[in-house]
Write a protein that binds this ligand. Structure first.
Ligand code: ADP
Length: 248
């Protein structure tokens, strides 16, 4: 508490204004993002009421849409809570040794079914001789980070494509690459994709059920572990996200 007050004393008025503006923009963005699904829910509930007696088949379709939209809203709230917690942490609390390779194996096993359904090849490749990559951190957060990256790779790759996860050591860092042969990201949009709520294609993201928060969560988790994440992509050819983590 005392530390916080000391820090606050050193914040310049300009900095304070900037931080307040970021906060206001965030609240405005969140309200906007919540309003859209809330409106959809209201409209779907009204449609359901209107059709339930006369057209039960149509009513069932509205009910299914209502469920999907509720799930989207719930994902958005979960992501927002995760992001807020990660932002306030700055560093992983109570870090423990985590074997990154076993985290990756868990993520790949979970994603296999979704990939198969889309006819996407999901592959793991190790580079170098090391079999264990240990970092000091939070296993749940690391699982969530790689799940987000692999999930995006599968989501933004058309059927018949390939997603490859490679892991190994480069100097004192553990390096994990998630590459796909998907739609890619236009060069001009690359600098913004780690921003909260940023989506390259809003309409498409709505279809895939994205919240636009996944990559901000990835960035915060990497940074809270003392690491970083980078992206390379060519529109129409694919993307590679690389996570660098210090060895623990
Ligand atoms: P979303 O929930 O919309 O997927 P993310 O924060 O995870 O949000 O990603 C932000 C945006 O970056 C996405 O909307 C998409 O446009 C783009 N993106 C992320 N990963 C990929 C990928 N592997 N291939 C192509 N585009 C991607």
């Amino acid at each position: 508490m005392l530390k916080k007050r000391e820090e606050a004393d050193h914040v310049s008025p300009d900095e304070l204004r900037r931080v307040n503006k970021i906060r206001r923009d965030f609240v405005a963005n969140v309200s906007h993002e919540l309003k859209t699904p809330a409106t959809s829910l209201r409209l779907l509930a009204e449609s359901l009421e209107e059709t339930i007696d006369e057209d039960p088949v149509q009513a069932r379709l509205f009910a299914a849409q209502l469920r999907a939209e509720t799930e989207r809203l719930s994902n958005l709230i979960t992501d927002l809570l995760d992001l807020t917690r990660l932002e306030s942490e700055e560093k992983v609390e109570n870090p423990l040794p985590v074997d990154v390779r076993s985290v990756l194996m868990t993520v790949l096993a979970r994603m296999r079914r979704v990939a198969r359904k889309k006819n996407i090849t999901l592959q793991w490749k190790r580079f170098g001789r090391a079999t264990h990559y240990t970092v000091r951190g939070d296993e749940t957060q690391l699982t969530s980070m790689f799940t987000n990256l692999v999930d995006n790779a599968v989501k933004y790759t058309p059927p018949g494509g390939r997603v490859e996860v490679t892991g190994g050591l480069e100097g004192s860092e553990i390096v994990i690459r998630v590459s796909d042969t998907g739609i890619g990201i236009p060069e001009g949009k690359l600098p913004r994709i780690f921003e909260r709520f940023y989506r390259v294609d809003k309409a498409r993201s709505k279809v895939t059920g994205g919240t636009g928060l996944g990559l901000s969560i990835v960035k915060h988790i990497a940074e809270n572990h003392g690491g970083r994440v980078t992206v390379e992509s060519t529109s129409g050819e694919g993307s590679t996200f690389t996570v660098y983590l210090p060895r623990g």
